[in-house]
Design a protein around this ligand. Structure first.
Ligand code: ATP
Ligand code: MG
Length: 266
Protein backbone atom coordinates (compact mmCIF):
# COMPACT_ATOMS: atom_id res chain seq x y z
CA UNK A 1 0.00 0.00 0.00
CA UNK A 2 1.21 3.53 -0.76
CA UNK A 3 2.50 5.52 2.15
CA UNK A 4 3.32 9.25 1.98
CA UNK A 5 6.21 8.77 4.41
CA UNK A 6 8.07 5.69 3.21
CA UNK A 7 8.55 3.78 -0.01
CA UNK A 8 6.12 1.10 1.06
CA UNK A 9 8.75 -0.92 2.91
CA UNK A 10 7.59 0.22 6.38
CA UNK A 11 10.95 1.97 6.98
CA UNK A 12 12.08 5.55 6.50
CA UNK A 13 15.68 6.07 5.51
CA UNK A 14 17.50 9.08 6.98
CA UNK A 15 20.14 9.79 4.37
CA UNK A 16 22.14 12.19 6.52
CA UNK A 17 22.53 9.76 9.37
CA UNK A 18 22.49 6.80 7.02
CA UNK A 19 20.05 5.02 9.27
CA UNK A 20 16.58 3.65 8.79
CA UNK A 21 13.68 4.01 11.20
CA UNK A 22 10.33 2.20 11.41
CA UNK A 23 7.69 4.24 9.58
CA UNK A 24 4.36 5.30 11.12
CA UNK A 25 2.66 2.88 8.78
CA UNK A 26 4.65 -0.10 10.07
CA UNK A 27 2.30 -1.32 12.84
CA UNK A 28 -0.66 -1.31 10.43
CA UNK A 29 1.52 -2.99 7.80
CA UNK A 30 2.52 -5.73 10.26
CA UNK A 31 -1.08 -6.23 11.36
CA UNK A 32 -2.13 -6.67 7.74
CA UNK A 33 0.68 -9.13 7.18
CA UNK A 34 -0.31 -11.16 10.23
CA UNK A 35 -3.90 -11.20 9.09
CA UNK A 36 -2.90 -12.17 5.56
CA UNK A 37 -1.09 -15.23 6.87
CA UNK A 38 -4.39 -16.76 7.93
CA UNK A 39 -6.58 -15.00 5.42
CA UNK A 40 -8.89 -17.65 4.11
CA UNK A 41 -9.87 -18.48 0.63
CA UNK A 42 -13.31 -19.79 -0.09
CA UNK A 43 -13.09 -23.59 -0.54
CA UNK A 44 -13.78 -24.64 -4.11
CA UNK A 45 -17.23 -26.14 -3.43
CA UNK A 46 -18.52 -22.81 -2.19
CA UNK A 47 -16.53 -20.45 -4.35
CA UNK A 48 -19.36 -19.34 -6.63
CA UNK A 49 -21.80 -18.84 -3.78
CA UNK A 50 -24.08 -15.86 -4.34
CA UNK A 51 -27.59 -14.68 -3.53
CA UNK A 52 -28.83 -15.15 -7.06
CA UNK A 53 -27.43 -18.64 -7.70
CA UNK A 54 -28.59 -22.02 -6.47
CA UNK A 55 -28.72 -23.18 -3.77
CA UNK A 56 -29.52 -19.72 -2.35
CA UNK A 57 -32.97 -19.34 -3.95
CA UNK A 58 -33.87 -22.82 -2.60
CA UNK A 59 -32.55 -22.00 0.85
CA UNK A 60 -34.50 -18.75 0.71
CA UNK A 61 -37.73 -20.59 -0.08
CA UNK A 62 -37.35 -22.83 2.96
CA UNK A 63 -35.74 -20.25 5.28
CA UNK A 64 -36.88 -16.79 4.13
CA UNK A 65 -36.27 -15.18 7.49
CA UNK A 66 -32.70 -16.48 7.75
CA UNK A 67 -31.76 -15.44 4.21
CA UNK A 68 -33.32 -12.01 4.80
CA UNK A 69 -31.06 -11.50 7.80
CA UNK A 70 -27.99 -12.75 5.93
CA UNK A 71 -28.81 -10.39 3.06
CA UNK A 72 -29.16 -7.50 5.48
CA UNK A 73 -25.86 -8.44 7.14
CA UNK A 74 -24.01 -8.72 3.83
CA UNK A 75 -25.54 -5.44 2.64
CA UNK A 76 -23.93 -3.63 5.55
CA UNK A 77 -20.92 -5.87 6.00
CA UNK A 78 -18.41 -3.10 6.78
CA UNK A 79 -20.58 -1.69 9.54
CA UNK A 80 -21.33 -5.15 10.96
CA UNK A 81 -17.64 -6.08 11.07
CA UNK A 82 -16.68 -2.72 12.55
CA UNK A 83 -19.15 -3.35 15.35
CA UNK A 84 -17.96 -6.91 15.86
CA UNK A 85 -21.35 -8.40 15.11
CA UNK A 86 -21.38 -11.98 13.87
CA UNK A 87 -23.94 -14.62 13.02
CA UNK A 88 -24.24 -18.33 13.61
CA UNK A 89 -26.20 -21.14 12.07
CA UNK A 90 -27.26 -24.42 13.59
CA UNK A 91 -29.06 -27.46 12.27
CA UNK A 92 -28.63 -30.96 10.90
CA UNK A 93 -26.17 -31.82 8.10
CA UNK A 94 -26.75 -30.63 4.56
CA UNK A 95 -29.19 -27.80 5.29
CA UNK A 96 -27.13 -24.89 3.95
CA UNK A 97 -25.32 -23.61 7.05
CA UNK A 98 -21.85 -23.53 5.53
CA UNK A 99 -23.24 -22.13 2.28
CA UNK A 100 -24.67 -19.11 4.14
CA UNK A 101 -21.52 -18.66 6.22
CA UNK A 102 -19.35 -18.77 3.06
CA UNK A 103 -21.59 -16.15 1.50
CA UNK A 104 -20.83 -13.87 4.43
CA UNK A 105 -17.09 -14.56 4.20
CA UNK A 106 -17.19 -13.83 0.50
CA UNK A 107 -18.85 -10.48 1.09
CA UNK A 108 -16.27 -9.66 3.75
CA UNK A 109 -13.40 -10.42 1.37
CA UNK A 110 -15.04 -8.47 -1.43
CA UNK A 111 -15.27 -5.52 0.96
CA UNK A 112 -11.49 -5.86 1.35
CA UNK A 113 -11.67 -7.22 4.85
CA UNK A 114 -9.39 -9.97 6.05
CA UNK A 115 -11.13 -13.20 6.78
CA UNK A 116 -9.92 -16.55 8.10
CA UNK A 117 -11.99 -19.63 7.32
CA UNK A 118 -11.39 -22.81 9.29
CA UNK A 119 -13.28 -25.89 10.22
CA UNK A 120 -13.05 -26.24 13.98
CA UNK A 121 -11.17 -29.58 13.79
CA UNK A 122 -8.55 -27.90 11.56
CA UNK A 123 -8.29 -24.91 13.85
CA UNK A 124 -7.81 -27.09 16.92
CA UNK A 125 -5.23 -29.19 15.11
CA UNK A 126 -3.29 -26.05 14.20
CA UNK A 127 -3.29 -24.92 17.82
CA UNK A 128 -1.97 -28.33 18.87
CA UNK A 129 0.62 -28.38 16.11
CA UNK A 130 2.28 -25.22 17.39
CA UNK A 131 4.07 -27.54 19.81
CA UNK A 132 5.78 -29.42 17.06
CA UNK A 133 9.41 -28.56 16.42
CA UNK A 134 8.76 -27.95 12.75
CA UNK A 135 5.75 -25.69 13.37
CA UNK A 136 6.13 -22.46 11.37
CA UNK A 137 4.41 -20.45 14.11
CA UNK A 138 4.50 -20.25 17.86
CA UNK A 139 1.25 -20.54 19.75
CA UNK A 140 1.16 -16.84 20.50
CA UNK A 141 1.80 -15.93 16.85
CA UNK A 142 -1.04 -18.15 15.75
CA UNK A 143 -3.43 -16.79 18.36
CA UNK A 144 -2.40 -13.25 17.35
CA UNK A 145 -3.14 -14.03 13.74
CA UNK A 146 -6.53 -15.50 14.54
CA UNK A 147 -7.38 -12.47 16.62
CA UNK A 148 -6.30 -9.93 14.03
CA UNK A 149 -8.46 -10.86 11.04
CA UNK A 150 -11.63 -8.79 10.52
CA UNK A 151 -13.77 -11.91 10.33
CA UNK A 152 -13.11 -15.34 11.80
CA UNK A 153 -15.31 -17.98 10.22
CA UNK A 154 -15.35 -21.22 12.23
CA UNK A 155 -17.15 -23.97 10.42
CA UNK A 156 -18.36 -27.29 11.69
CA UNK A 157 -18.29 -26.81 15.42
CA UNK A 158 -19.14 -30.42 16.12
CA UNK A 159 -18.28 -33.34 18.25
CA UNK A 160 -14.54 -33.53 17.80
CA UNK A 161 -12.38 -34.95 20.54
CA UNK A 162 -10.03 -32.51 22.08
CA UNK A 163 -8.20 -31.61 25.25
CA UNK A 164 -8.85 -28.95 27.90
CA UNK A 165 -5.64 -27.19 26.84
CA UNK A 166 -6.79 -26.82 23.25
CA UNK A 167 -10.22 -25.59 24.40
CA UNK A 168 -8.52 -23.01 26.55
CA UNK A 169 -6.71 -21.68 23.47
CA UNK A 170 -9.99 -21.56 21.58
CA UNK A 171 -11.48 -19.63 24.46
CA UNK A 172 -8.56 -17.19 24.32
CA UNK A 173 -9.19 -16.55 20.63
CA UNK A 174 -12.94 -16.10 21.08
CA UNK A 175 -12.53 -13.97 24.18
CA UNK A 176 -9.88 -11.73 22.64
CA UNK A 177 -12.11 -11.16 19.64
CA UNK A 178 -15.00 -10.49 21.98
CA UNK A 179 -13.00 -7.87 23.87
CA UNK A 180 -11.74 -6.27 20.64
CA UNK A 181 -15.22 -6.38 19.08
CA UNK A 182 -14.19 -8.47 16.14
CA UNK A 183 -16.78 -10.57 14.39
CA UNK A 184 -17.14 -14.34 14.27
CA UNK A 185 -19.33 -16.48 12.04
CA UNK A 186 -19.99 -20.04 13.21
CA UNK A 187 -21.80 -23.10 11.93
CA UNK A 188 -22.66 -26.01 14.17
CA UNK A 189 -25.05 -28.89 14.50
CA UNK A 190 -24.71 -29.04 18.24
CA UNK A 191 -27.59 -26.74 19.13
CA UNK A 192 -30.88 -28.56 18.82
CA UNK A 193 -33.58 -26.92 16.74
CA UNK A 194 -37.31 -27.02 17.56
CA UNK A 195 -38.60 -29.13 20.44
CA UNK A 196 -35.26 -30.80 21.00
CA UNK A 197 -33.69 -27.34 21.32
CA UNK A 198 -30.92 -26.76 23.78
CA UNK A 199 -27.24 -26.04 23.73
CA UNK A 200 -26.07 -28.54 26.36
CA UNK A 201 -24.14 -30.53 23.80
CA UNK A 202 -22.35 -27.46 22.48
CA UNK A 203 -21.53 -26.27 25.99
CA UNK A 204 -20.17 -29.71 26.88
CA UNK A 205 -18.11 -29.69 23.72
CA UNK A 206 -16.46 -26.25 23.68
CA UNK A 207 -17.17 -24.94 27.18
CA UNK A 208 -19.68 -22.58 28.77
CA UNK A 209 -17.53 -19.48 28.65
CA UNK A 210 -16.86 -19.75 24.93
CA UNK A 211 -20.52 -20.45 24.17
CA UNK A 212 -21.73 -17.53 26.25
CA UNK A 213 -19.43 -15.13 24.36
CA UNK A 214 -20.66 -16.51 21.04
CA UNK A 215 -24.23 -15.68 22.07
CA UNK A 216 -23.22 -12.17 22.87
CA UNK A 217 -21.30 -11.68 19.63
CA UNK A 218 -23.65 -13.53 17.27
CA UNK A 219 -27.07 -13.30 18.93
CA UNK A 220 -29.34 -16.34 18.80
CA UNK A 221 -28.25 -18.93 16.26
CA UNK A 222 -30.38 -19.24 13.13
CA UNK A 223 -31.98 -22.68 13.01
CA UNK A 224 -31.77 -24.48 9.67
CA UNK A 225 -34.19 -27.35 9.13
CA UNK A 226 -34.82 -29.98 6.54
CA UNK A 227 -33.41 -33.06 4.99
CA UNK A 228 -29.80 -33.52 3.99
CA UNK A 229 -29.58 -31.81 0.58
CA UNK A 230 -26.15 -33.25 0.07
CA UNK A 231 -27.61 -36.75 -0.08
CA UNK A 232 -30.40 -35.63 -2.40
CA UNK A 233 -27.80 -34.20 -4.74
CA UNK A 234 -26.07 -37.55 -4.89
CA UNK A 235 -29.28 -39.22 -5.95
CA UNK A 236 -29.74 -36.69 -8.73
CA UNK A 237 -26.42 -36.97 -10.48
CA UNK A 238 -26.58 -35.90 -14.13
CA UNK A 239 -26.42 -38.51 -16.87
CA UNK A 240 -22.83 -39.29 -17.86
CA UNK A 241 -21.76 -37.43 -20.97
CA UNK A 242 -19.71 -39.07 -23.69
CA UNK A 243 -16.30 -37.40 -23.92
CA UNK A 244 -15.88 -35.81 -27.34
CA UNK A 245 -12.10 -36.26 -27.32
CA UNK A 246 -9.63 -38.34 -25.41
CA UNK A 247 -8.55 -36.43 -22.31
CA UNK A 248 -4.91 -35.50 -22.17
CA UNK A 249 -3.55 -37.24 -19.06
CA UNK A 250 -0.70 -34.73 -18.79
CA UNK A 251 -2.96 -31.65 -18.68
CA UNK A 252 -3.54 -30.61 -15.14
CA UNK A 253 -5.04 -27.20 -15.82
CA UNK A 254 -8.34 -28.29 -14.31
CA UNK A 255 -6.79 -29.39 -11.07
CA UNK A 256 -7.51 -27.22 -8.12
CA UNK A 257 -4.20 -25.91 -6.94
CA UNK A 258 -5.70 -24.96 -3.61
CA UNK A 259 -4.38 -25.84 -0.26
CA UNK A 260 -6.63 -27.79 2.12
CA UNK A 261 -10.35 -27.06 2.03
CA UNK A 262 -10.33 -24.90 5.08
CA UNK A 263 -7.70 -22.31 5.68
CA UNK A 264 -4.03 -22.38 5.50
CA UNK A 265 -1.79 -25.31 6.24
CA UNK A 266 1.72 -25.01 7.59
N1 ATP B 1 -32.00 -25.65 0.66
C1 ATP B 1 -31.15 -26.20 -0.20
N2 ATP B 1 -31.52 -26.46 -1.46
C2 ATP B 1 -30.70 -27.03 -2.35
N3 ATP B 1 -29.43 -27.41 -2.05
C3 ATP B 1 -29.00 -27.17 -0.82
C4 ATP B 1 -29.83 -26.57 0.17
N4 ATP B 1 -29.12 -26.50 1.31
C5 ATP B 1 -27.92 -27.02 1.04
N5 ATP B 1 -27.84 -27.40 -0.23
C6 ATP B 1 -26.69 -28.06 -0.87
O1 ATP B 1 -26.31 -29.12 -0.01
C7 ATP B 1 -24.89 -29.18 0.13
C8 ATP B 1 -24.52 -29.00 1.57
O2 ATP B 1 -24.76 -27.66 1.98
P1 ATP B 1 -23.92 -27.04 3.18
O3 ATP B 1 -22.51 -27.46 3.09
O4 ATP B 1 -24.20 -25.58 3.22
O5 ATP B 1 -24.62 -27.79 4.41
P2 ATP B 1 -24.32 -27.72 5.97
O6 ATP B 1 -25.62 -27.37 6.62
O7 ATP B 1 -23.16 -26.86 6.25
O8 ATP B 1 -23.98 -29.25 6.31
P3 ATP B 1 -23.00 -29.88 7.46
O9 ATP B 1 -23.70 -29.72 8.77
O10 ATP B 1 -22.88 -31.31 7.06
O11 ATP B 1 -21.71 -29.15 7.37
C9 ATP B 1 -24.33 -28.11 -0.76
O12 ATP B 1 -23.96 -28.71 -1.98
C10 ATP B 1 -25.46 -27.15 -0.96
O13 ATP B 1 -25.37 -26.52 -2.23
MG1 MG C 1 -21.21 -27.28 7.01
Amino acid sequence: MDCPHCDGSGFVFDEEKRKSYPCKCRPARLARKRAAAVAGRIPKTYRGVSFDREPLPSIERSHPHVVREVRRYCGSIAEQLDQGRGLWFTGPPGTGKTTLAMLISRHAMEADRTCAIYSLPRLLAMLRETFRDDSPHSLSQLVDMLCSVDLLHIDDVGAEQTTPWVLEQLYTVVNTRYEDQRAIVVTTNLIGTGESGGDDELRAQIGDRTVSRLYEMCGDPFPMFGSDRRLEKQFNLPEPVQASSTPNPFYDGDMDEDRPRYGWAP
